[in-house]
Design a protein around this ligand. Structure first.
Ligand SMILES: Cc1ncc(COP(=O)(O)O)c(C=O)c1O
Length: 368
């Protein structure tokens, strides 16, 4: 039996009728861009993350970019974030004209280490982007306290963390604003590109609504030089159908993580550490293991797909060489990239499949 890394098809077949009906409605109404399906989804997603406003855009990267611009982050500013996130977090900071500044991570959660933030603050620091990596919230209380003390904006990168909670509060409602991605493989995935900004500030919500639509709230009158970052109607419709099932799918992911934890507990691997104050939504189930590359190869030979999130930290990427970081700038993040392995994880993954993965890992470890 093969175990794919994700399986978008089985989820689609489960909800096909409802999806086709929702897409049909958009086509019947020729509401291709924004429109009722998107506005309804914005309302429902804001409710879901317990934020006052949600503004739908066409990617998670655009959502981060919009949030930064809405808070006037730009040229000459520095934004503190994690070096082991997806490149888009840093990319959005660069698109805003600002400079990404990294801090090292907690080796157990892989999230940004809040204790290291203050050392990275300079007179140019304007914002912090904590990334809720793999679906687990950063330790937000100390981050919010530091931000308050230094008068910094906090924009949560919740692109991997739909429905995650910190001390019972949904991520996306903790910082001044947050960005979510609806890339198809995400816990809540569109059938194409998509993203959303959430915020409790009416002023920021209004500004982002304009910025995503060429800086205008009235057709052909432009208050800002904006962007074409509007969400498409079909994506709003698809996401609206899927949002109703997100809690059920999240619980399935959490059960799958528990099954993995139980089966891997006696082996020489480190399973994900879920902090007691968190609800981890397991966008990715990431273990740490010595001999990672060989294990990944062995799994592949046995029909099991896995992933690396991510194989090279951002400060060592060619694109960010100009920032001047060197090897060993962030030793914990760098060490993690050599040992992390993302195992298959999705709601439809069966116990049988998880057992096959765990069995293969065990076989490998016994012989290596
Ligand atoms: C942590 C993180 N930030 C930002 C993004 C960017 O989202 P998108 O691919 O929708 O632009 C992603 C997803 O790919 C992500 O995982």
């Amino acid at each position: 039996m093969k175990v794919p890394f994700v399986d978008l098809k089985s989820q689609y077949f489960e909800i096909k009728e409802e999806i086709l009906q929702a897409i049909n409605n958009v086509l019947d109404n020729t509401a291709y861009i924004l429109g009722k399906s998107v506005f309804d989804f914005e309302k429902n997603f804001a409710n879901y993350v317990e934020a006052n406003y949600a503004i739908a855009v066409n990617s998670g990267t655009a959502a981060l970019h919009m949030a930064l611009l809405a808070y006037n982050v730009g040229i000459g500013d520095e934004v503190i974030t994690a070096p082991n996130t997806f490149i888009a977090t840093a990319g959005a900071i660069s698109h805003a004209g600002a400079k990404p500044v990294f801090v090292d991570i907690e080796p157990d959660t892989f999230n940004m280490d809040s204790a290291k933030i203050e050392n990275a603050i300079t007179s140019n620091t304007k914002a912090i982007i904590p990334v809720h990596l793999y679906g687990q919230s950063c330790n937000m209380d100390p981050i919010m306290e530091i931000a308050k003390k230094h008068n910094l904006i906090v924009i949560e990168d919740a692109c991997q963390a739909h429905g995650a909670e910190y001390n019972g509060q949904r991520v996306g409602s903790i910082g001044q604003a947050a960005a979510f991605s609806f890339y198809p493989g995400k816990n809540l995935g569109a059938y194409g590109e998509g993203g959303i900004v959430t915020t409790n500030s009416e002023e920021i919500a209004q500004k982002i609504k304009m910025l995503r639509d060429h800086g205008s709230s009235q057709k052909y009158f432009h208050q800002y030089i904006g962007y074409n970052y509007r969400m498409e109607g079909i994506q709003g419709a698809v996401l609206g159908v899927k949002l109703k099932r997100l809690e059920e799918w999240t619980e399935k992911r959490r059960n799958n993580a528990q099954t993995y934890n139980n089966l891997l507990s006696s082996l020489e691997v480190i399973t994900p550490k879920e902090k007691s104050y968190n609800r981890h939504v397991y966008h990715l189930y990431v273990i740490r293991v010595k001999n990672r590359d060989k294990l990944q190869e062995y799994l592949k030979e046995n029909g099991i797909d896995s992933g690396l999130h991510y194989p090279q930290p951002i400060h060592l990427q060619k694109a960010y060489k100009f920032l001047g970081y060197k090897e060993n700038s962030f030793p914990l993040a760098e060490a993690s990239t050599k040992e992390i392995l993302s195992l298959p994880m999705y709601p439809e993954l069966t116990k049988e499949q998880i057992k096959i993965v765990a069995k293969s890992i065990k076989e490998f470890l016994v012989n290596n």
